[in-house]
Design a protein around this ligand. Structure first.
Ligand SMILES: [Zn+2]
Length: 295
């Protein structure tokens, strides 16, 4: 969908772009639905790239803690049930010790948001660190897994694998070579089959394109998602800019990066409201766009 405004199943209300998915909802009942009490509220943040180093290009590493503080305040006030950090939480450090220090500092801030937290691995998370070191730093065991909440199924994927199946870690990879390996794909297929519920997927690298920010075997992954008949939406980061497209009945939403730009007018984070009848509403803050979808 190149220009969703021109699609008759898309419309603007306030600053929110409403996109109607496979299920057709009349606009008046749709308005009612999107103002309904959410079943679940989820905080979403991506590409924080925290590091104690001077800016490089448009990336202002040292400003991330200030931006995150505002996001923590907003998501706390909005009473999110849990938060998903969609990758690239930290940027490269000169040593493992320094990197663990960056991770500890930024995670201490992120932990202030009430509710559980989920961490998607991004390429920058494992540039200086190994996966085990990163996961240890955020007190998590697995880089891909699923969980259930409020009648929905949530899947965290790890695309930080080279084409030859080797796991990323300690700068042993080229960032454009991102893949979901065969064993994880098999797991995904089985996991979605076992679940009775609609699903939402989180992944750092993109599953909706074929360019450099894409998971190389994205088409194969999409086939698994589509054939399950259960996946409503995929949230991803990595390319740092707002993007959206619908493929095979699945909403693919690329979130803007928190690290981009300097000052109060530059940051990005979101709150996802899971509404009755499968409707999803994403409220974007600062540079993050807002959307609402039927699923
Ligand atoms: Zn990034």
């Amino acid at each position: 969908m190149n220009n969703p405004i021109l699609n008759r199943r898309a419309f603007l209300q306030g600053s929110t772009l409403f996109l109607l998915g496979p299920a057709i909802v009349a606009q008046n009942s749709w308005a009612e639905l999107t103002s309904a009490q959410p079943k679940l509220r989820i905080g979403l943040l991506t590409d924080l790239h925290y590091a104690d180093k001077p800016p490089a290009g448009t990336r202002y590493y040292r400003e991330t803690p200030g931006k995150l503080e505002k996001a923590v305040q907003r998501l706390t006030a909005d009473k999110v049930d849990f938060t998903v950090e969609i990758g690239d939480l930290v940027d490269a450090a000169p040593s493992v010790e320094d990197e663990l220090g960056y991770l500890k500092a930024i995670n201490a801030q992120l932990q202030k948001v009430p509710g559980d937290r989920h961490y998607v691995l991004g390429n920058h998370c494992v540039q200086t660190l190994t996966k085990a070191e990163f996961l240890g730093g955020v007190a998590r065991e697995k880089s891909h897994y699923s969980f259930a909440a409020a009648g929905w199924h949530f899947v965290v994927l790890d695309a930080c694998f080279r084409s030859d199946g080797e796991s990323y870690g300690r700068n042993n990879f080229t960032w454009t070579d991102a893949n979901i390996p065969a064993d994880q794909l098999k797991w995904l297929e089985t996991d979605l089959k076992k679940s009775e519920e609609r699903a939402i997927v989180f992944v750092h690298q993109r599953l909706d394109e074929t360019k450099q920010h894409s998971v190389k075997n994205a088409a194969t992954v999409r086939k698994v998602l589509e054939s399950s008949g259960k996946v409503a939406a995929v949230f991803q980061g990595h390319s740092h800019q707002n993007d959206y497209q619908q493929i095979g009945g699945v909403h693919y939403c690329t979130l803007a990066a928190m690290v981009e730009g300097s000052g109060a007018d530059n940051s990005a984070f979101a709150r996802l409201d899971v509404l009755p009848q499968g409707a999803l509403k994403l409220t974007g803050f600062v540079k993050q766009k807002s959307y609402a979808w039927s699923t």
